[in-house]
Design a protein around this ligand. Sequence first.
Ligand code: 5RP
Length: 215
Amino acid sequence: MSEAKRLAGEKAIDYVEDGMIVGVGTGSTVAFFIDALGRIKHRIAGAVSSSEQSTERLRGHGIEVIDLNNSGPLALYVDGADECDPNKCLIKGGGAALTREKIIAEASAKFVCIVDPAKRVDVLGKFPLPVEVIPMARSLVAREILAHTGGQPVWREGVVTDNGNWVLDVHGLKIVDPVAMERELNQIPGVVSVGLFARRRADVVIVGGEPPLVL
Ligand code: 5RP
């Protein structure tokens, strides 16, 4: 599986153009992308990072990490996913970086998603849906999610996001209308962000393999 992740991460370099500030996601697939980016770092102006984890890896390669407030809109964002449906809607947040990932995806003209073949599904929801919540709202949000969706929220105990918040993982969902569910869950007070990337979904999906599949 990690070979497929490497092939997907390295293929995404095709989308990097000279002088770009590149939006960079989080996770083990993205780690391969960052390593490949390190090999062409002289060609780029820097990166905007979605997590402390990715920032550390980028800096380890000598790539400058730039604040999104100073970069302006980005041409390219590269990130992984936990699930990807045929419409390029995604579940993300397995690494608890969903909020910053969502912000950078929104700021980017093109979102290239890099996955291994196991991430492809017909219907999203087998992977528990991550929801970042303000800590004091954890129980409230869990009750509301249960009432709205029938899914079972489980607190990812011990995990604190880079933003100081907590994560609920919602089990047992079958997400037939990802845009509607994203919109509905976003309305619950205390929800910081929902790990459904449907309104702003991927533009391109690269599935790692020999050769990689570009969707
Ligand atoms: C982190 C994410 C990751 O992109 C997702 O969890 C996939 O990770 P990996 O590439 O390690 O399988 O959303 O919040």
